[in-house]
Design a binder for this molecule. Structure first.
Ligand code: SF4
Ligand code: SF4
Length: 304
């Protein structure tokens, strides 16, 4: 029994893209990276967020009336939130009649989360699936994650970890034996470019990946590579990626994750989106990259 609490922002059932079989994907809140293209901006902060979905709003003004900090005003029937004043109390969302305002993120104990995960245990057995922890960066809540992983192990539930690999080595090493499959992001190999586009160095990430392989866990790693025209698909980055794969040897699969514009998600959270209007990779570009990586002997999948 554990009443240790963590913060999550979604539990997605019947997922088929986050590892083998049918899975329950748990999204943990908080991430130390700020990738320009992040498609889950609601997972970036560790705290709750307030999202505003404009097309649902009927302009009734209730939110402005109930906000205890006067953080909401209405202009032309649309809500404007002064996020520097907002304390994310959730009152506006509670009283909004059309669910145009919603709270993202909730606290949950290890026991409560295990109850949610165990609900579909039969389905995991039947489909050889399990649970996947994603985010945000799940390793950003190490104590909570480890406690849940331990419970999953006790119940014999297959665990996949969707990770940026960015965690202190002692944290990363402490969870290795509780994870069956690593969905490990590799974005940019040049350290300066990694810092520019993600906000952090890739040194720890590469250390953790190499350590996994050195421990004989290479076959339990699927690399995930975001394909972003002009940023990750440059000849320089692809050559460095090929060199890394050759060095790692035992990794057998890489998934190519095509960039797509998620401006709307950022707008709902009042966050800046640096990739607005950036183009997605073409079918031909994806096919050509797939063939190039297959030539290294890898199984290459387009999509997660
Ligand atoms: S979450 Fe609370 S403080 Fe923030 S806008 Fe809504 S009512 Fe105001
Ligand atoms: S309470 Fe909801 S529907 Fe009414 S103005 Fe605010 S966001 Fe729009």
């Amino acid at each position: 029994m554990s009443s240790l609490k963590g913060t999550i922002f979604n539990i997605q059932r019947y997922s088929i893209h986050d590892g083998p079989g049918i899975r329950t994907t748990v999204f943990l809140k908080g991430c130390p990276l700020r990738c320009w293209w992040c498609h889950n901006p609601e997972g970036l902060t560790s705290t709750r967020d307030i999202a505003y979905i404009e097309f649902r709003c009927i302009g009734c003004g209730t939110c402005a009336q109930v906000c205890p900090l006067n953080a909401i005003s209405l202009k032309d029937g649309k809500v404007s939130i002064d996020r520097s004043r907002c304390v994310r109390c959730g009152t506006c969302a509670k009283y909004c009649p059309s669910s145009a305002l919603t709270v993202i993120g909730r606290e949950i104990t290890v026991d409560e989360l295990m109850q949610e995960i165990e609900r579909d245990e039969l389905l995991y057995d039947y489909s050889e699936g399990g649970v996947t922890f994603s985010g945000g960066e799940p390793l950003y809540q190490p104590e909570f994650l480890k406690a849940v992983l331990l419970e999953c192990k006790k119940h014999g539930i297959h665990v996949a970890l969707d990770t940026s690999g960015y965690a202190p080595p002692e944290v990363f090493d402490s969870i290795i034996n509780y994870v069956d499959l690593f969905l490990f992001d590799i974005k940019l190999l040049d350290v300066e470019e990694h810092i520019k586009y993600t906000g952090v160095s890739n040194k720890i990430i590469l250390r953790n990946l190499k350590n996994l392989v050195e421990r004989g866990r290479g076959k339990d790693v699927i690399l995930r590579f975001p394909v972003i025209p002009g940023i990750t698909d440059t000849e320089k980055n692809l050559k460095l990626l090929e060199a890394l794969i050759t060095e790692l040897r035992t990794i057998e699969e890489i998934d190519l994750l095509p960039f797509h514009d998620v401006s709307e998600k950022y707008a709902r959270l009042g966050m800046e989106y640096k990739m607005k209007g950036h183009r997605a990779p073409s079918e031909e570009e994806l096919k050509s990259l797939k063939e190039r990586l297959e030539a290294l002997g890898l199984y290459v999948k387009i999509g997660g």
